[in-house]
Design a protein around this ligand. Structure first.
Ligand code: SF4
Ligand code: SF4
Ligand code: FES
Length: 246
Protein backbone atom coordinates (compact mmCIF):
# COMPACT_ATOMS: atom_id res chain seq x y z
CA UNK A 1 0.00 0.00 0.00
CA UNK A 2 1.27 3.46 -0.87
CA UNK A 3 1.63 5.39 2.38
CA UNK A 4 3.28 8.45 0.82
CA UNK A 5 0.96 11.39 1.67
CA UNK A 6 -1.02 12.47 -1.40
CA UNK A 7 0.55 15.93 -1.47
CA UNK A 8 4.02 14.32 -1.63
CA UNK A 9 3.25 11.55 -4.15
CA UNK A 10 5.39 11.81 -7.25
CA UNK A 11 5.19 10.63 -10.79
CA UNK A 12 8.68 9.48 -11.69
CA UNK A 13 10.05 9.63 -15.20
CA UNK A 14 12.44 6.79 -16.04
CA UNK A 15 14.46 7.92 -19.06
CA UNK A 16 15.98 4.70 -20.38
CA UNK A 17 18.63 4.18 -23.06
CA UNK A 18 17.05 1.58 -25.35
CA UNK A 19 18.95 -0.49 -27.90
CA UNK A 20 18.83 -4.05 -29.16
CA UNK A 21 22.21 -4.87 -30.76
CA UNK A 22 20.80 -8.03 -32.35
CA UNK A 23 18.20 -6.02 -34.32
CA UNK A 24 19.79 -4.35 -37.38
CA UNK A 25 16.98 -1.73 -37.36
CA UNK A 26 17.54 -0.75 -33.71
CA UNK A 27 19.05 2.70 -33.08
CA UNK A 28 20.14 3.72 -29.56
CA UNK A 29 17.51 6.13 -28.21
CA UNK A 30 16.19 7.49 -24.92
CA UNK A 31 12.65 6.51 -24.03
CA UNK A 32 10.59 7.96 -21.17
CA UNK A 33 8.28 5.92 -18.94
CA UNK A 34 6.12 7.32 -16.14
CA UNK A 35 5.68 5.41 -12.87
CA UNK A 36 3.72 6.37 -9.74
CA UNK A 37 6.12 6.26 -6.81
CA UNK A 38 5.19 4.14 -3.81
CA UNK A 39 6.57 3.88 -0.31
CA UNK A 40 10.10 2.42 -0.08
CA UNK A 41 10.08 1.83 -3.83
CA UNK A 42 13.35 0.60 -5.29
CA UNK A 43 14.44 1.25 -8.84
CA UNK A 44 14.13 -2.46 -9.43
CA UNK A 45 10.41 -2.31 -8.49
CA UNK A 46 9.88 0.73 -10.75
CA UNK A 47 11.50 -1.07 -13.69
CA UNK A 48 9.35 -4.13 -13.08
CA UNK A 49 6.22 -2.00 -13.19
CA UNK A 50 7.36 -0.59 -16.54
CA UNK A 51 8.01 -4.07 -17.91
CA UNK A 52 4.80 -5.60 -16.57
CA UNK A 53 2.42 -2.74 -17.37
CA UNK A 54 3.94 -0.71 -20.19
CA UNK A 55 6.61 -2.46 -22.25
CA UNK A 56 7.34 -6.20 -21.89
CA UNK A 57 10.27 -5.84 -24.30
CA UNK A 58 12.32 -3.78 -21.81
CA UNK A 59 15.50 -5.69 -20.96
CA UNK A 60 17.20 -5.55 -17.55
CA UNK A 61 18.55 -8.22 -15.21
CA UNK A 62 17.81 -9.24 -11.65
CA UNK A 63 17.80 -12.42 -9.58
CA UNK A 64 18.02 -11.86 -5.85
CA UNK A 65 16.53 -8.35 -5.36
CA UNK A 66 18.73 -8.12 -2.25
CA UNK A 67 22.17 -6.91 -3.38
CA UNK A 68 23.59 -10.44 -3.46
CA UNK A 69 23.63 -11.74 -7.04
CA UNK A 70 25.21 -8.69 -8.72
CA UNK A 71 22.86 -8.88 -11.73
CA UNK A 72 21.13 -5.50 -11.59
CA UNK A 73 24.09 -3.12 -12.01
CA UNK A 74 23.37 -0.17 -14.32
CA UNK A 75 24.21 3.50 -14.71
CA UNK A 76 21.78 5.47 -12.57
CA UNK A 77 22.07 9.16 -13.42
CA UNK A 78 25.55 8.38 -14.74
CA UNK A 79 26.80 6.47 -11.68
CA UNK A 80 27.16 2.67 -11.55
CA UNK A 81 24.88 1.16 -8.88
CA UNK A 82 22.52 -1.73 -8.13
CA UNK A 83 18.89 -1.08 -9.09
CA UNK A 84 17.61 -3.32 -6.29
CA UNK A 85 19.51 -1.35 -3.63
CA UNK A 86 18.56 2.10 -4.92
CA UNK A 87 15.51 3.76 -3.37
CA UNK A 88 13.61 6.07 -5.72
CA UNK A 89 13.12 8.55 -2.86
CA UNK A 90 16.87 9.25 -3.04
CA UNK A 91 16.55 10.27 -6.70
CA UNK A 92 15.04 13.23 -8.52
CA UNK A 93 11.76 13.22 -10.45
CA UNK A 94 13.57 12.15 -13.62
CA UNK A 95 16.00 9.24 -13.49
CA UNK A 96 18.29 8.53 -16.44
CA UNK A 97 19.23 4.86 -16.85
CA UNK A 98 21.84 3.31 -19.13
CA UNK A 99 23.69 -0.03 -19.33
CA UNK A 100 27.05 -0.44 -17.58
CA UNK A 101 29.89 0.50 -19.96
CA UNK A 102 32.80 -1.92 -20.39
CA UNK A 103 30.63 -5.00 -20.98
CA UNK A 104 28.99 -6.53 -24.07
CA UNK A 105 25.46 -5.14 -24.42
CA UNK A 106 22.70 -7.76 -24.45
CA UNK A 107 19.92 -5.19 -24.80
CA UNK A 108 18.66 -1.99 -23.10
CA UNK A 109 19.98 -2.16 -19.49
CA UNK A 110 21.21 -5.76 -19.69
CA UNK A 111 24.93 -6.44 -20.17
CA UNK A 112 27.01 -9.63 -20.18
CA UNK A 113 29.05 -9.26 -17.00
CA UNK A 114 29.30 -13.06 -16.70
CA UNK A 115 31.39 -13.46 -19.85
CA UNK A 116 33.76 -10.68 -18.77
CA UNK A 117 34.10 -12.05 -15.22
CA UNK A 118 34.79 -15.57 -16.49
CA UNK A 119 37.49 -14.27 -18.85
CA UNK A 120 39.10 -12.31 -16.01
CA UNK A 121 38.90 -15.31 -13.68
CA UNK A 122 40.51 -17.67 -16.20
CA UNK A 123 43.23 -15.16 -17.00
CA UNK A 124 44.08 -14.50 -13.33
CA UNK A 125 43.56 -18.15 -12.33
CA UNK A 126 41.31 -17.22 -9.44
CA UNK A 127 41.34 -20.55 -7.72
CA UNK A 128 43.51 -22.18 -5.05
CA UNK A 129 46.82 -23.44 -6.44
CA UNK A 130 48.21 -26.19 -4.22
CA UNK A 131 50.11 -29.43 -4.59
CA UNK A 132 48.19 -32.71 -4.46
CA UNK A 133 44.68 -31.23 -4.79
CA UNK A 134 43.72 -33.97 -7.28
CA UNK A 135 44.40 -36.72 -4.73
CA UNK A 136 43.10 -34.87 -1.67
CA UNK A 137 40.61 -36.76 0.50
CA UNK A 138 37.50 -34.58 0.30
CA UNK A 139 35.92 -36.39 3.28
CA UNK A 140 38.78 -35.48 5.62
CA UNK A 141 38.26 -32.65 8.11
CA UNK A 142 39.91 -29.46 6.85
CA UNK A 143 42.74 -27.86 8.79
CA UNK A 144 41.42 -25.11 11.04
CA UNK A 145 42.08 -21.54 9.86
CA UNK A 146 42.92 -18.69 12.18
CA UNK A 147 39.55 -16.88 12.69
CA UNK A 148 41.11 -13.45 12.14
CA UNK A 149 42.57 -14.57 8.80
CA UNK A 150 39.27 -16.22 7.83
CA UNK A 151 37.57 -12.89 8.56
CA UNK A 152 40.04 -11.03 6.31
CA UNK A 153 39.42 -13.53 3.51
CA UNK A 154 35.68 -13.26 3.96
CA UNK A 155 35.90 -9.47 3.67
CA UNK A 156 37.37 -9.80 0.15
CA UNK A 157 35.07 -12.71 -0.74
CA UNK A 158 32.06 -10.40 -0.40
CA UNK A 159 32.51 -9.26 -4.02
CA UNK A 160 29.32 -10.03 -5.97
CA UNK A 161 30.91 -9.44 -9.42
CA UNK A 162 28.36 -6.76 -10.23
CA UNK A 163 30.77 -4.87 -12.51
CA UNK A 164 30.18 -1.43 -10.95
CA UNK A 165 33.92 -1.00 -10.32
CA UNK A 166 34.68 -1.88 -13.94
CA UNK A 167 32.11 0.62 -15.23
CA UNK A 168 33.53 3.32 -12.94
CA UNK A 169 37.13 2.74 -14.00
CA UNK A 170 38.89 5.21 -16.31
CA UNK A 171 41.61 2.69 -17.18
CA UNK A 172 38.99 0.13 -18.24
CA UNK A 173 37.55 2.60 -20.73
CA UNK A 174 40.99 3.03 -22.33
CA UNK A 175 42.50 -0.44 -21.98
CA UNK A 176 40.23 -3.36 -22.77
CA UNK A 177 42.57 -5.98 -21.29
CA UNK A 178 42.77 -4.28 -17.85
CA UNK A 179 41.65 -6.69 -15.10
CA UNK A 180 39.84 -4.03 -13.08
CA UNK A 181 39.55 -3.59 -9.34
CA UNK A 182 37.46 -6.77 -9.21
CA UNK A 183 40.40 -8.76 -10.65
CA UNK A 184 42.97 -7.10 -8.40
CA UNK A 185 40.74 -7.80 -5.41
CA UNK A 186 40.66 -11.47 -6.42
CA UNK A 187 44.46 -11.63 -6.52
CA UNK A 188 44.65 -9.94 -3.11
CA UNK A 189 42.25 -12.59 -1.80
CA UNK A 190 44.33 -15.56 -3.04
CA UNK A 191 47.59 -13.91 -2.04
CA UNK A 192 46.23 -13.81 1.52
CA UNK A 193 45.13 -17.46 1.52
CA UNK A 194 47.74 -19.79 3.13
CA UNK A 195 46.33 -22.74 1.14
CA UNK A 196 47.49 -21.11 -2.12
CA UNK A 197 51.17 -21.87 -2.73
CA UNK A 198 51.75 -19.23 -5.42
CA UNK A 199 54.64 -16.82 -4.79
CA UNK A 200 54.75 -13.07 -5.41
CA UNK A 201 56.70 -13.84 -8.61
CA UNK A 202 53.81 -16.00 -9.80
CA UNK A 203 51.34 -13.19 -9.07
CA UNK A 204 53.66 -10.74 -10.83
CA UNK A 205 53.31 -12.84 -13.99
CA UNK A 206 49.56 -12.29 -13.76
CA UNK A 207 49.24 -8.61 -12.74
CA UNK A 208 52.73 -7.06 -12.95
CA UNK A 209 52.06 -4.93 -16.05
CA UNK A 210 49.77 -2.24 -17.46
CA UNK A 211 46.84 -4.63 -17.77
CA UNK A 212 47.26 -5.35 -14.06
CA UNK A 213 48.18 -3.32 -11.02
CA UNK A 214 50.59 -0.95 -12.82
CA UNK A 215 47.84 0.14 -15.24
CA UNK A 216 45.70 1.44 -12.38
CA UNK A 217 45.62 5.25 -12.21
CA UNK A 218 44.45 5.17 -8.54
CA UNK A 219 41.65 7.67 -9.11
CA UNK A 220 39.56 5.24 -7.04
CA UNK A 221 36.24 5.42 -8.88
CA UNK A 222 36.07 1.69 -8.10
CA UNK A 223 36.36 2.28 -4.36
CA UNK A 224 33.71 5.03 -4.47
CA UNK A 225 31.19 2.99 -6.48
CA UNK A 226 31.52 -0.52 -5.04
CA UNK A 227 28.04 -1.27 -3.63
CA UNK A 228 29.54 -3.77 -1.16
CA UNK A 229 32.07 -1.22 0.14
CA UNK A 230 35.00 -3.55 -0.46
CA UNK A 231 38.34 -2.04 0.64
CA UNK A 232 39.53 -1.73 -2.97
CA UNK A 233 41.83 1.28 -2.43
CA UNK A 234 43.68 -0.56 0.34
CA UNK A 235 44.00 -3.76 -1.69
CA UNK A 236 45.29 -1.96 -4.79
CA UNK A 237 47.87 -0.02 -2.75
CA UNK A 238 48.93 -3.24 -1.01
CA UNK A 239 49.33 -5.15 -4.29
CA UNK A 240 51.20 -2.29 -5.92
CA UNK A 241 53.76 -2.31 -3.08
CA UNK A 242 54.12 -6.10 -3.18
CA UNK A 243 54.51 -6.25 -6.95
CA UNK A 244 56.96 -3.33 -7.05
CA UNK A 245 59.16 -5.29 -4.63
CA UNK A 246 59.36 -8.40 -6.88
S1 SF4 B 1 34.59 -5.17 -6.26
FE1 SF4 B 1 32.61 -4.22 -5.68
S2 SF4 B 1 31.98 -3.09 -7.50
FE2 SF4 B 1 33.56 -4.52 -8.15
S3 SF4 B 1 32.47 -6.31 -8.86
FE3 SF4 B 1 32.97 -6.66 -6.71
S4 SF4 B 1 31.19 -5.94 -5.57
FE4 SF4 B 1 30.99 -5.11 -7.63
S1 SF4 C 1 41.72 3.06 -8.87
FE1 SF4 C 1 42.50 1.77 -10.55
S2 SF4 C 1 41.05 0.04 -10.67
FE2 SF4 C 1 40.06 1.66 -9.44
S3 SF4 C 1 38.83 2.85 -10.89
FE3 SF4 C 1 40.84 3.87 -10.77
S4 SF4 C 1 42.09 2.96 -12.41
FE4 SF4 C 1 40.29 1.61 -12.09
S1 FES D 1 18.97 -8.27 -8.17
FE1 FES D 1 20.68 -9.27 -7.23
S2 FES D 1 22.02 -7.64 -6.73
FE2 FES D 1 20.24 -6.63 -7.49
Amino acid sequence: MNTIPLNQARTLTLRILRHNPTDPDSEPRLQDFQVEETDAMTLFVALNIVREEQDPSLQFDFVCRAGICGSCGMLINGRPALACRTLTRDLGDTVVLAPLPGFALIGDLSVDTGKWMRGMSERLETWIHAEGLETKNLDAIEDAMDPELAEQLYELERCIECGCCVAACGTMQMREEFVGAVGLNQIARFQLDPRDTRSDSDYYELIGDDSGVFGCMTLLGCDDMCPKQLPLATQIAFLRRRMAAV
